[in-house]
Design a protein. Structure first.
Length: 240
């Protein structure tokens, strides 16, 4: 598997993680990011280490630290909200507005039948996502929209739940939070892409990376938007 490198310096790599590649080894076994870390040494003695998480289906920008000191600094940058991100997502409705902010606290639940998932709950952890509509196309008897999210927080499954509860439709292809009225048909994976990442560093240049528009987004009829400005530092580390 070829893993594109989007940014590289002495303490950091940003890769374009392929959709379908898990960060950690699945319980059932199979390929994961760990299998590719030796190939990402690029002349360094240590294997790089992922700083944050992306869901298995999510493609795009993933920050790796090239040594333990860098990992500690990057973790602190996430805690201090010195990391900004944008994501691209596909939903099968046209939102009533062009942009907005979704504020829905999230909590984890689990059951023997459905496993675990996140739900909107007043007593959950605060979660805030800003969004804008980039494109809407006709797809048979429904509309299909491309959304850019700028998460202000980074809760597990935040954008997946905020799409469903805040915009009114699950992400296209989402097997956990869809289908709703057949709205997750026609995609091989949950259509979420970590488009950009920006990490402020004291005394060093800001890390900025952009992951190109995925081919499977093109195959569902969408076209690449203009590249955004670097995201403002505001996200925390548990996104995906």
């Amino acid at each position: 598997m070829n893993i594109p490198i989007l940014y590289e310096d002495g303490e950091a790599l940003v890769i374009d993680k392929p959709a379908g590649l898990p960060i950690d080894r699945p319980r059932r076994g199979g390929e994961c990011l760990e299998d590719h870390l030796d190939g990402l040494k690029l002349g360094f003695q240590r294997r790089p280490m992922p700083v944050h998480r992306l869901d298995t289906d999510t493609s795009g920008c993933l920050l790796l630290a090239r040594n333990p000191k860098a990992l500690k600094r990057f973790n602190k940058a996430f805690e201090d909200r010195l990391v900004g991100k944008t994501y691209l997502a596909v939903i099968d409705i046209e939102p009533h507005e062009q942009s907005g902010t979704i504020e829905l606290a999230l909590s984890k639940i689990s059951s023997g039948e459905k496993g675990w998932r996140m739900i909107a709950a007043k007593k959950g952890k605060p979660a805030v996502s800003h969004w804008e509509l980039l494109q809407t196309i006709a797809d048979g008897d429904r509309k299909r929209s491309l959304i850019r999210f700028r998460p202000e927080t980074g809760r597990t499954h935040q954008l997946r739940v905020h799409a469903l509860q805040g915009l009114g439709a699950p992400l296209l292809g989402d097997p956990v939070y869809g289908p709703v009225r057949g709205q997750n048909k026609g995609a091989p994976r949950t259509m979420l892409h970590a488009e950009t990442i920006s990490v402020d560093r004291a005394g060093k240049p800001t890390i900025t990376a952009f992951a190109p528009f995925p081919e499977d987004f093109v195959r569902v009829g969408l076209t690449a938007p203009e590249q955004p400005d670097p995201p403002e530092s505001q996200a925390d580390p548990l996104d995906g």
